[in-house]
Ligand binder design. Structure first.
Ligand code: 13P
Ligand code: SF4
Length: 302
């Protein structure tokens, strides 16, 4: 508790804001100014008046904040907290693919490096991929990177000509039909919520496919009492806290993203004392990546 209070005091002193992803450890979620999905965190980063952003998440998220707010200090308390899926495509890989598909519109998931975003036409998140793809000329060939599962889900719901990179999230891609059926059998009344990074056969079993904050919103508005959660288990803290009368069952308790657990309270304290380690994006890359992110932010959600 003393550590959490000291962090809040330093956040005030440094005119800093603490943004945390929904998968962060409970003790970090509990002191964040905003706990959200990738889209919400991007929007907040672009709008905050704070001079410093302490980003508790993984590297691409802090980079996105820096792309949108170059005049703010963006701090990722543990610099090697990365997203294994984002590492599955490089800017050179994408340039090569683009030379094979010169007319394709490239839509990259925000779970990519700034270099990859800079080579993309638009970005998307799990909360807006369908709307982003629907905003593109219907006759266009679309290349989605790097998540094959999000791409196939988006293709199914837009009927557009979507080609995809063969990347995946090792945590979500590991969820199987067998595991889900076992949990469904144990909790036959439960609503199954799945993240679009899960494989298509798993998504076929879902009652709803949602981003992490989409799940929070769905649960808050539902009269149902039991939910099977098909995403990283860190979100269950936020769900249980906001809905103490409801039961949340992980689709698989092994769905833990180690990178999302690398930051601890002591790292945040040190980051606030030193205002390090900072995440910066070279200006040339930043401007190109910003165009792709801003095109995404301009797409209406409804
Ligand atoms: P959300 O944008 O749905 O929070 O997802 C981010 C992520 O990394 C999922 O694995
Ligand atoms: Fe990346 Fe998957 Fe971890 Fe999300 S859960 S940060 S997609 S590895």
């Amino acid at each position: 508790m003393a550590l959490q209070e000291e962090i809040r005091r330093l956040l005030n002193k440094q005119k800093a804001i603490l943004l945390a992803h929904n998968y962060q450890p409970p003790e970090i979620q509990d002191i964040a100014d905003l706990c959200g999905d990738s889209l919400e965190l991007s929007i907040k980063a672009s709008q905050t008046g704070a001079e410093v952003i302490i980003f508790c998440g993984v590297h691409f998220m802090a980079e996105t904040a820096s792309i949108l707010s170059p005049n703010k200090k963006v701090i990722l308390p543990v610099l090697d907290a990365g997203c294994p899926m984002a590492k599955m495509i490089t800017a050179d890989d994408l340039k090569k693919k683009k030379s094979e598909m010169p007319d394709a519109v490239v839509v990259s998931y925000v779970n990519t490096t700034a270099d990859v975003k800079a080579e993309s036409d638009l970005c998307c998140t799990s909360a807006n991929a369908i709307q982003v793809v629907n905003s593109i000329d219907p006759s266009a060939n679309i290349l989605m990177t790097p998540d094959k599962n999000l791409a196939r889900y988006t293709q199914r719901h837009t009927k557009r000509r979507v080609f995809y990179w063969e990347g995946y999230c090792p945590i979500h891609d590991n969820l199987t039909v067998e595991k889900v059926l076992r949990v469904k059998e144990a909790y036959p009344e439960a609503v199954f919520l799945a993240h679009p990074e899960c494989p298509p056969q798993v998504l076929d079993l879902a009652d709803e496919v949602k981003s992490t904050s989409g799940m929070k919103e769905y649960v808050a508005n539902s009269s149902k009492k039991e939910f099977i959660i098909g995403t990283e288990t860190g979100i269950i803290h936020a769900l249980s806290k906001a809905n103490p009368d409801k039961l949340f069952i992980p689709a698989d308790p092994n769905m833990v993203c180690n990178d999302m657990k690398k930051i601890g309270l002591k790292d945040i304290l040190k980051a606030l004392e030193t205002l390090q380690p900072e995440v910066n994006v070279p200006e040339q890359i930043r401007l190109k990546a910003k165009t792709a992110v801003e095109r995404m932010l301009a797409v209406p959600l409804k």
